[in-house]
Write a protein that binds this ligand. Structure first.
Ligand code: SAH
Ligand code: SF4
Ligand code: F3S
Length: 450
């Protein structure tokens, strides 16, 4: 039977978090199963899929600019369709549905976060007819497993263990666009991990908005430590996970850092604010003291652990004193990396209607001051690696220089080193090399392969 998608060229543009990256891999898998093939750029594609993020307004503005900039681009040469089909999925698709066509005229398909499997059908409808084709479900019934997926890199894999979020931090849109938290049975996770190991994958990143509450819906109590044990037991070289909510980080999980060699010494533990008043209004359900206590415990379990975090500045009602509390906390912990954001009101979330908005100029000043501390402490944290030999999982050539390899240390630092004579970056991609660190900058380390 002749398939409508057979022979079409597609391109997926991914924005937002790892959830979208993973969903994009599934989209690739689905489209390829229908006979379409991937191309590296929008202008050579018959079908362009945008996987979008709505966590902050800036993400949306950028995306819409991008979509609108390609709407008048002529069809690719030799296109069997004679036009380009534009599909918008991910969190903006879920949040705005058909309404998106007002802000991005001339899009063909909108699909939600629970409708990935329906994308090939929607594209087919768009090929046959005109007008917007759209589908957004409120909530999927089951964990969306068993869709084909085409990995971005052969040596690393995202493995979702939960989808959705039940935490309802008052600033955050994610629970509204990703639905209620659903865990995937341990056996399914292990089976997927075993397939990856057999396939030569070196690193698995377990994904969830809050991996620490994994299993509550299935087993009655959190069981994330069990997942870590089981996945490490498959023989995979490296295991990472994201993200951890501090209120649910258990002693068992902290202990796993001490016990499991394959579990990499890096923990992303979003703090959001160092002020107890702000944390309460954010509905984070932990205190600054509890957070600092966790940091102490984690470091006791794994002294070399690299810590990273997310911080929001300018949350409604944030005073100078609140901000100073955040600054002191960031300074005290000494993170390897901090992702800093200026608060962005999201329609439909409780905080969007909180009084005492912080003026933009004040937020910007706080942001800049925070960033100074972040850079200073990240630089200091990297100095600890000077002179040591670190195992690097090579990703390929560095962006700036084809003769320099780039990869990740166990602590998830970027590492650069000149390629050994006669070896190409592509040959080394997906393998481990040892690098002696002789230079430590704020955002990367460099050295020689030994
Ligand atoms: N589930 C993850 C985070 C998902 S969103 C977690 O809880 O850690 C990633 C980050 O975006 C959040 O940690 C937060 O720092 C930031 N963020 C979320 N909503 C925001 C908003 N309305 N304005 C600014 N930053 C926001
Ligand atoms: Fe958003 Fe909070 Fe859920 Fe993270 S835990 S996705 S910040 S609601
Ligand atoms: Fe953005 Fe959706 Fe992830 S809103 S942060 S892409 S879950």
């Amino acid at each position: 039977m002749n398939n409508v998608l057979e022979g079409l060229a597609y391109n997926v543009q991914t924005f937002g978090c790892q959830m979208n990256k993973h969903d994009s891999e599934r989209i690739s898998g689905l489209l390829q199963a229908q006979g379409a093939h991937e191309v590296g750029s929008v202008d050579r594609a018959d079908v362009v899929v945008f996987m979008t993020c709505c966590v902050r307004e800036s993400a949306e503005t950028r995306l819409l600019g991008h979509v609108n900039s390609i709407k008048n681009m002529p069809a690719r040469e030799g296109s069997p369709l004679g036009r380009r089909i534009i599909a918008i999925g991910g969190c903006m698709g879920q949040n705005y549905g058909a309404g998106l066509s007002e802000r991005a005229p001339r899009i063909d398909v909108v699909f939600g976060t629970h409708n990935i499997a329906e994308l090939p059908g929607l594209v087919e409808e768009a090929v046959h007819g005109t007008g917007l084709k759209h589908r957004t479900l409120d909530q999927a019934d089951d964990f969306p497993t068993d869709l084909p997926s085409k990995r971005e890199h052969p040596w690393s894999a995202w493995l979702p263990i939960t989808v959705g979020c039940d935490n309802f931090c008052t600033y955050c849109i994610v629970p509204y666009v990703r639905g209620r938290e659903k865990s995937r049975p341990v056996e399914d996770i292990v089976a997927e991990a075993e397939r990856y190991v057999a396939d030569g994958v070196k690193e698995i990143t377990l994904l969830g908005q809050n991996v620490n509450s994994y299993g509550r819906d299935l087993y009655g109590s959190p069981a994330f430590a069990r997942v870590l044990d089981a996945v490490c037991a498959t023989g995979i070289d490296r295991v990472r996970f994201a993200t951890s909510h501090p209120k649910d980080l258990s002693d068992e999980v902290i202990d796993a850092f001490a016990r499991l060699d394959a579990l990499m010494p890096a923990l992303h533990l979003p703090v959001q604010s160092g002020s107890n008043g702000v944390l309460e209004r954010m509905n984070r359900r932990y205190t600054r003291e509890h957070y600092l206590d966790l940091v102490r415990k984690v470091r006791a379990a794994r002294p070399d652990i690299a810590l990273s975090t997310d911080v929001i500045v300018g949350f409604p009602g944030e005073t100078d004193d609140d901000f100073e509390d955040t600054l002191r906390l960031v300074d005290e912990v000494g993170y390897n990396q901090v992702f800093t954001f200026i608060y962005s009101p999201r329609t439909g979330t409780p905080a969007a209607s909180y009084p005492d908005a912080v003026p933009r100029a004040v937020s910007q000043r706080r942001f800049d001051r925070l960033f100074e501390v972040v850079e200073k402490r990240a630089f200091e944290a990297n100095q600890l690696d000077l002179g040591s030999v670190v195992s690097v999982l090579v990703e390929g050539a560095s962006k700036g220089d084809a003769r320099v390899l780039a990869g990740r240390s166990p602590r998830n630092q970027n590492v650069h080193a000149p390629l050994p004579a006669g070896v190409g970056a592509d040959e080394l991609a997906g393998t481990f090399v040892n690098v002696r660190i002789d230079e430590a900058k704020t955002w990367y380390l460099s050295g020689e392969v030994v």
